[in-house]
Design a protein around this ligand. Sequence first.
Ligand code: AMP
Ligand code: MG
Length: 362
Amino acid sequence: QHALAMTPEQVTSRSIMQTQLIKINPAHPESDLIQIAAQKILDGGLVAFPTETVYGLGANALDGDAVSRIFTAKGRPSSDPLIVHIHSLDQLNQVAIEIPDLAYRLAEKFWSGPLTLVLQRNESITPAVSAGLNTVAVRMPSHPIALALLRSANVPIAAPSANLFSRPSPTTAQHVLEDLNDRVDIILDGGRVNIGVESTVLDLTQSISVVLRPGGTSLEALRQVIPNCVVRNTYLNAEESASSPGMLIKHYSPRAKVLLFDGERESVLRLMVDEARRHHRAGVLLFDEDGEEFDGLGVSVSRLGSESNLAEIANNLFSAMRDLDQKNVDVILVRGVKREGLGLAIWDRLLRAAEGNVIRDT
Ligand code: AMP
Ligand code: MG
């Protein structure tokens, strides 16, 4: 019996890596720094970079070995497919085939931006990217660093979020370093991301369009183009997930147990205060409006922002979870948000962090 947690292959691929953190201008990325990162991608390496949604962990999507390094670095099951990033509509043909007209209409309205389309995979994209499926998820990010890297490398770049599997997604380079130091070649540090939750994933390979994951592009905006598009809202446990990638209910989780409360504000706050008293070290993801409710209870709070400002909440969500983890709380309490606009994505992330358990006020 060996005590090794990793296979010898994984040990080798890890031990040769030393992570280089490169500060780069998010509005006008320095071209010499972009070139260093692009060359690393073309050499089969791993580069973490900011997108407008969260930080991505990128590898050449045409290179099977490079893509398999992403799964190793993240500890991500190979059954969970990755999103391929492109810099132009021309590049879309390199990634997908049988592209429906609807895809181009959506691209025109939402690209570059936080919308991922699931299409039929072009064989040039290594099957590992798609966990063996014959479909592929693709998007064009709007962040200047992401676009500059994609243009300079001029290959499609597969990039999941740059966190360890099932940890909250990274919204700063510091978060990437916390999770992936010595597991990636380069981290491009372009400061905090703009949106803070991942892209909306829309499946166009079925007879009706299905939102697989709510995200940075709202359902309301999508329905202006596809009035009948639906949201898949089934979540799966670990055993079920193998047949349906990416729908694991335990995802985006801090280390502490998360309790998600839903219902009328006053009664929910009473339930949360009662719950906080039952714990030695409770943490609260706090809305500004709930400012004083937890005073004097010895709870650790991390601020999400104003309840009415969903963009602010999205931007703070994952870093607030990481913040409470560092304060070593044993439970995290949070009130649900309204499920409109970005609120649908925020609710989804909270629900997954809570592993599907919602405490209601009735
Ligand atoms: P991440 O890159 O970490 O934001 O996660 C990518 C997500 O995209 C996965 O969790 C899946 O939900 C989704 N995805 C990627 N490729 C496919 C695909 N071929 N079919 C369905 N969903 C996909
Ligand atoms: Mg992810």
